[in-house]
Design a protein around this ligand. Sequence first.
Ligand SMILES: O=C(CCCl)NNC1=[NH+]CCN1
Length: 326
Amino acid sequence: AQGSVTASPSQYDGEYDCPVTVGTPGVTLPLDFDTGSSDLWVFSSELPASERSGHAYYTSSSSSTSKLDSGETWDISYGDGSGAEGNIYIDKVTIGGITVTSQAVEAAESVSSEFVSDTSNDGLVGFAFDSINTASPNHVQTWFGNAEAQLASPVFTANLKKGKAGNYNFGYIDSSEYTGSITYATINSANGFWEFSASGYAVGSGAFSSQSIDVIADTGTTLIYLPAAIVKAYYAKVSGSSNSASAGGYIFPCSATLPSLTIGIGSYKAVVPGTFLNYAPNTGSTCFGGLQSNAGIGLSILGDVFLKSQFVVFNQGVPKIGFAPG
Ligand SMILES: O=C(CCCl)NNC1=[NH+]CCN1
């Protein structure tokens, strides 16, 4: 089998949400596909009504195929401080025409304020490795982990776009979605992430600095977070930029022309256009950068600002990750 699903950007490309059908009869929810986590959870009838407002949700008792995963709970916290927790049902989950008949569906009993106010999604689908799934006392498998047996190849691809719909594909690599060739990096999945070593960086037309940068590819994080020294070198080329405590990161005059950012993957030079690095308006005539320091995060993250400039292959079989111009 193979499948494909549309990925729709929220405002400012903050996240990319995809339709996922759960239960019988199916309820279709827009879920945030997240390669930085490994829980599939949904807004549910078990939430207080106040936390469900503005959201669609899953009602396990209305699904004839739902079965309580007795004794199992989940409780997740994300890098941005948001979180959710609840209990678990086993039910049917279909994405892009591929159905997993016994998927652990983590039903939310409580969600943090970030999720209540983010009405773009009604939950997340984690596409990282099972080792960081939060279900307890037993891990549950990701949807992709369960779907792999149906796929010709243990791969999914991300073809995210700036300001318009893109897509995720499952089980195949569509050569019409990229140009040139795909360059792969070996994945170290010890921390449960799609983690690899980038080979260096360049700012605009400047010299490429060869250095190993430990990063994760994370569709669930909006921006790019790199070591402070690299970020400082980037904004040194943006006149009027400053690292603003009140804004929570680097800002600059919205009239600034931003240099591109090149990230090395092996010998491949992945270029993020300067326009992608003006993330969104801040206050007044200042704008907030799509590249920020990883200080306090503990690792570097290639989030959507980077990923939407590339075609990305996530191969869980090896594991390895591949990049090509989108
Ligand atoms: O939590 C992280 C960072 C892992 Cl280091 N990414 N995934 C995500 N999902 C919602 C907000 N962020």
